[in-house]
Design a protein around this ligand. Structure first.
Ligand SMILES: C[S@@+](CC[C@H](N)C(=O)[O-])C[C@H]1O[C@@H](n2cnc3c(N)ncnc32)[C@H](O)[C@@H]1O
Length: 285
């Protein structure tokens, strides 16, 4: 950035402030913020400084180290996370679920059975991923889907609130949700933003939303049949990625499946997973 451009900034943004914040956020979330992200970080945090009437990033860094620091960190993390998502993003994973995994489950899970098929959407953002899973599950298993459980976790509390609410822009939903699912599992609503689509309760009930930092302890008991961790690890360094995918292995049932994002790879953990197809991995015995 040129000196002239620096002069027109609303808040002073020194290199040392960027480095302090990048280090703190890396420690807390695993997200790597390189110099290239400096402008993005300024843009995402500037509203927070205004809201707090803080006059510079140096003062904001001090604030984060002060008595209100722990509470403030939640706002900083919510501002920094990249939450891009969509219904049925990377469709091949939902096709795999629909055509390969769920038909087998439907033989075991009946209305009264205690068999629980468990799926974890790790880094679920605003809910489009777990809702896509739930719609596929309901369409294949019928009412017996209620014996299946989807856990949806994210670090960002704003995203989890959107997910729990389950209401999305109608135009976007019409572009991304297959028509039969849209007709069966959603209803039309209107609010101040215009036409919206609301997930029906029968779909919402299949999902439990929880805040979870993937770098911290995982309190879940029991193992999962499928884990979706897509487009989350790309923000982490290699070491954190490796640790995470090895940790997922300990939370998968025998033969469990891990879906990852299109630009992620599990080459370094081929001792733990076998590639089953595009970004689809099966736990090795
Ligand atoms: C780009 S979104 C991916 C959403 C969805 N999985 C998809 O593929 O469409 C990445 C999500 O990971 C979450 N995230 C980033 N770091 C995290 C961490 N340390 N623990 C839990 N979630 C994290 C972000 O809050 C964000 O919602």
């Amino acid at each position: 950035m040129s000196e002239a451009a620096e002069r027109v900034r609303e808040f002073e943004w020194r290199d040392q402030d960027f480095k302090f914040l990048a280090k703190l956020l890396h420690e807390k979330t695993g997200i790597v913020l390189t110099e290239k992200k400096k402008e993005m970080m300024y843009g995402r945090l500037v509203r927070r400084l205004r809201a707090l009437s803080i006059k510079s990033f140096a003062k904001y860094c001090e604030y984060l180290q002060g008595a209100s620091g722990d509470k403030e960190l939640g706002f900083t993390l919510n501002a920094i996370t990249t939450n891009t998502t969509d219904f049925f993003r990377e469709m091949h994973h939902f096709e795999y679920l629909r055509d390969r995994l769920l038909p087998q489950v439907s033989k075991q899970v009946s209305l009264n059975s205690a068999h629980h098929f468990r799926i974890w959407s790790a880094g679920c953002s605003s809910g489009q991923e777990p809702y896509s899973i739930a719609m596929v599950m309901r369409s294949i298993l019928g009412p017996a889907a209620r014996n299946c459980k989807i856990l949806a976790t994210d670090l960002d509390s704003n995203m989890l609130a959107t997910g729990k609410f389950g209401q999305y822009d109608a135009e976007k939903c019409h572009e991304t949700i297959p028509r039969t699912y849209l007709a069966s599992y959603t209803k039309k609503v209107k609010d101040s933003d215009g036409d919206m689509v609301m997930m029906k309760d029968e779909i919402k009930k299949l999902i439990t939303y929880k805040q979870l930092n993937l770098l911290h302890d995982w309190p879940m008991k029991g193992k999962f049949d499928v884990i979706f961790c897509r487009n989350v690890m790309i923000y982490f360094d290699k070491e954190t990625q490796d640790r995470l995918v090895r940790r997922y292995a300990t939370y998968l049932k025998p033969d469990g499946i891990l879906f990852i994002g299109h630009s992620e790879s599990l080459l370094s953990v081929s001792d733990v997973y076998k590639c089953e197809g595009k970004t689809t991995y099966r736990l090795l015995p």
